[in-house]
Design a protein around this ligand. Structure first.
Ligand code: FAD
Ligand code: NDP
Length: 523
């Protein structure tokens, strides 16, 4: 054991000042930088939904702004342009492929309405993908033009923090540039998880980063996962005519009302999507015919094996904060790498007061495009326009774009009961038949509406749930009413638009507690 250092000795004071310097290095850097002029008012890392919205808004307020966007190719080599997840590998291609799959059914329905439709219709994958991809490329270009028009400097470069006020930008040729900035926004989003603990997955499986850009049709597909991405992807693949199986380890749509979740999956099962419930993939091996043999554990613990052409992992996403040097500059993150906001009373402010996070990368906030956009715009106004308005993360509406869409705003029945107690809740509900379904004789067993309210005519509406065609379009309007604090009396005294599906929502009159049959008959 070495002898203790004498306090005041030269060696002690040298070690002490080294320790102090190390401990307070962030502060020292911050003080030295903040007293300087910065080249930019704002640098945004990440040019997706949130980053583009924030940077354009700030530039329109007359500020000097740069946005960095860089896409690392997926493990399968897929890459894309400016605009982030939503535009390239998310909402947009997903909704277009959902539409392509719905069209197949509408074309078939056409027969009953007198259209001369051949018995067998087929989708051409390459043609559909070509159309979707050229639209995406037009959006990539549109984003570039908008940034230029709005005086936002765009750098196609990978960003990280060199220090609290300096962003290091490295382009695809390895050229480095340092940008000194007064404020910084982290808007790097996430990427799909490909679990390395399942042998063969990282070599053979694809993710949502690849499916929309596949050059060949996916063929017989296994989708692993039970949430939005898994069900939406399985839904459009089935609708396009591919043999599709969903492997779910627990329950589907965990974050949602489970009665509604079951209606969504029942509808998928009734329309040809196969579900392997309570099953887990064990390994993926490429066989001699080039197919993927998936070994999995079934609900009884037995090992089974089946061959697929494509394995699509949809088992969640991780935040791409790993290489931003956030711990070095003092930005706190949660245990999955999301930035913790809410510092100094600002929802998007990180533990370093001039560094903010928006969109998917922000801890415990919904991962949705309109959320990222709204948060980015509001932040720009707080930073540069003297505004005080904070983002409202409550009652965010959303839609799961499965073949039977599920739109929702507000609480699930489970959460409403747990929060308000059974005696304080009334649930109005109805099974209805969309008029469009009648002539082709489509099965409407899963078309359902549920409104959860506080008891009493003036009780607030707590949650609105709807499965049916165009559920997203319907819920958007009702979410405005929810935002205004609509009561059951106001909702039920509204006049419907006939004949629509939305009118069924204002016509609800049967409560769950009455036990009466909630089937809507006639007008
Ligand atoms: P992103 O849009 O992910 O943008 C982040 C950008 O930063 C990316 O371009 C990334 O490459 C870039 N980047 C990362 N690291 C760096 C770095 N170090 N330097 C420079 N650039 C970097 N939401 C909906 O509202 N509706 C939907 O229907 C919907 N469907 C979806 C379907 C799928 C398959 C997926 C995957 C997502 C879907 N989402 C949907 C979610 C939506 O896409 C995201 O919530 C949204 O894109 C988040 O925006 P963001 O700005 O936080 O991040
Ligand atoms: P989620 O994190 O919501 O769900 C992950 C799913 O994968 C769960 O069902 C989970 O099961 C399962 N899972 C996780 N790990 C494994 C594993 N090792 N093996 C098998 N299953 C596993 O992720 P998503 O990727 O679906 O969606 C991410 C976000 O993107 C969503 O929360 C949403 O905000 C956004 N999004 C929005 C859309 C829209 O607006 N329409 C569409 C698509 C995405 P378990 O429940 O057991 O954990």
């Amino acid at each position: 054991m070495s002898a203790p250092l004498a306090i005041g000795s030269r060696k002690h004071s040298r070690l002490f000042s080294k320790h102090v310097l190390h401990k307070y290095r962030h502060l020292v850097r911050h003080l030295s930088k903040s007293s300087q002029e910065h080249e930019y008012d704002l640098v945004v890392i990440g040019g997706g939904s949130g980053g583009l919205a924030c940077s354009k808004e700030a530039a329109q307020l007359g500020k000097k702004v740069a946005v960095l966007d860089y896409v690392n190719p997926s493990p399968r080599g897929t890459k894309w342009g400016l605009g982030g997840t939503c535009v390239n590998v998310g909402c947009i291609p997903k909704k277009l492929m959902h539409q392509a799959s719905l069209l197949g059914n509408l074309i078939r329905d056409g027969k009953s309405y007198g259209w001369d439709v051949p018995d067998s219709i087929n989708n051409d994958w390459e043609k559909m993908c070509g159309a979707v991809q050229s639209y995406i490329k037009s959006l990539n270009w549109g984003h570039r033009v908008q940034l230029k028009d709005k005086n936002v400097e765009y750098l196609n470069a990978l960003g990280s923090f060199a220090d609290q006020h300096t962003i290091r930008a490295i382009d695809s040729k390895g050229q480095e540039r340092l940008l000194s900035t007064k404020h910084a926004v982290i808007a790097v989003g996430g990427r799909p998880i490909l679990p390395t603990e399942i042998p063969g997955v990282s070599d053979h499986a694809i993710s949502s980063d690849d499916i929309f850009w596949m050059k060949k049709p996916p063929g017989k597909t296994l989708v692993v996962g039970g949430s939005y991405i898994a069900l939406e992807s399985a839904g459009f693949l089935s609708g396009l005519g591919f043999d599709t199986t969903v492997m779910v380890r627990s329950i589907c749509l965990r974050m949602f009302d489970q009665q509604m979740a079951n209606l969504v999956t029942d509808h998928m099962e009734n329309n040809g999507t196969r579900f392997l419930k309570e099953c887990k993939p064990l390994r993926v091996v490429k066989n001699a015919e080039g197919k993927l043999d998936v070994s999995y554990q079934d609900r009884n613990g037995n090992e089974e094996k089946e061959a697929f052409d494509t394995v699509l992992m949809a088992v969640g996403r991780y935040s791409v904060t790993g290489k931003l040097n956030l711990p070095d500059i003092g930005v706190s993150m949660d245990d999955v790498g999301k930035v913790i906001g809410g510092h100094e009373g600002d929802q998007e402010r990180s533990s370093v007061s001039h560094i903010y996070a928006i969109g998917d990368v922000l801890h415990a906030r919904p991962e949705l495009t309109p959320v990222a956009i709204k948060a980015g715009k509001l932040l720009a106004h707080r930073l540069f326009d003297g505004a005080q308005v904070q983002m409202n993360y409550d009652q965010v509406p959303t839609t799961v774009f499965t073949p039977l869409e599920y739109g929702v705003v507000g609480l699930s029945e489970e959460t409403a009961l747990a929060t308000h107690g059974e005696s304080n809740i009334e649930v109005y509900h109805a099974f209805y038949v969309p008029l469009e379904y009648v002539i082709p004789g489509r099965d409407a067993s899963q078309c359902y509406i549920k409104v959860i309210c506080q008891k009493g005519d003036d009780g607030r509406v707590l949650g609105i749930h709807l499965t049916g065609p165009n559920a997203g379009e319907i819920i958007q309007g009702f979410s405005v009413a929810m935002g205004c604090g609509v009561t059951w009396r106001q909702l039920s005294s509204s006049i419907g638009i006939h004949p629509t599906m939305a009118e069924e929502l204002v016509k609800l009159h049967i409560t769950k507690s009455s036990g009466l049959d909630p089937k809507v008959t006639g007008c």
